[in-house]
Design a protein around this ligand. Structure first.
Ligand code: 5GP
Ligand code: ZN
Length: 133
């Protein structure tokens, strides 16, 4: 666990999150400033900053979790499709330097722009209950 890393603190349960999935090595929770309804982040609990710093084993584990959680979101929400995003470096829009995959649910014709909205905490809490796995 890296000191000053917010996603390590969330992974360790030291900072609350709108958790929808957890196992020994990974955690998935709603993004507090979502691009779309159901925008979810999937992290390994062990710290690594980005794709290049993450072991192949951890990446394989994470992608299998992303697949499982994305399927669940698509079956549970109104959701026609989804984008999987993973930003590396500030130039690419990475703001939290603990590797994470974004699952961004999409609706047909939504013309989504990938911009954070201000999250409504009560609505996120209710959505996390609905998506809990
Ligand atoms: P990045 O831009 O690094 O790929 O994505 C970081 C994401 O983490 C952003 O979409 C941002 O809204 C989200 N985020 C930042 N801090 C927190 C937090 O404390 N809790 C949650 N749930 N999401 C966060
Ligand atoms: Zn970390």
């Amino acid at each position: 666990m890296k000191n000053d890393c917010i996603f390590c603190a969330i992974g360790a349960g030291e900072i609350p999150s709108f958790k929808i999935y957890e196992d020994e090595v990974s955690l998935a929770y709603l993004d507090i400033n979502p691009f779309s309804f159901g925008h979810t982040l999937v992290i390994p609990k062990a710290h690594s900053a980005n794709l290049a710093e993450t072991s192949d084993e951890t990446l394989a584990m994470l992608v299998s979790r992303v697949k499982k959680i994305a399927r669940h979101i698509k079956e549970t929400l109104p959701c026609d499709g989804y984008n999987i995003l993973q930003n590396n470096g500030e130039a690419a829009g990475q703001s939290v330097h603990h590797i994470h995959f974004h699952i961004v649910p999409r609706m047909a014709g939504d013309k989504l722009e990938f911009v954070n909205s201000k999250g409504d905490m009560a609505a996120l809490q209710a959505l996390a209950e609905r998506l809990k796995m």
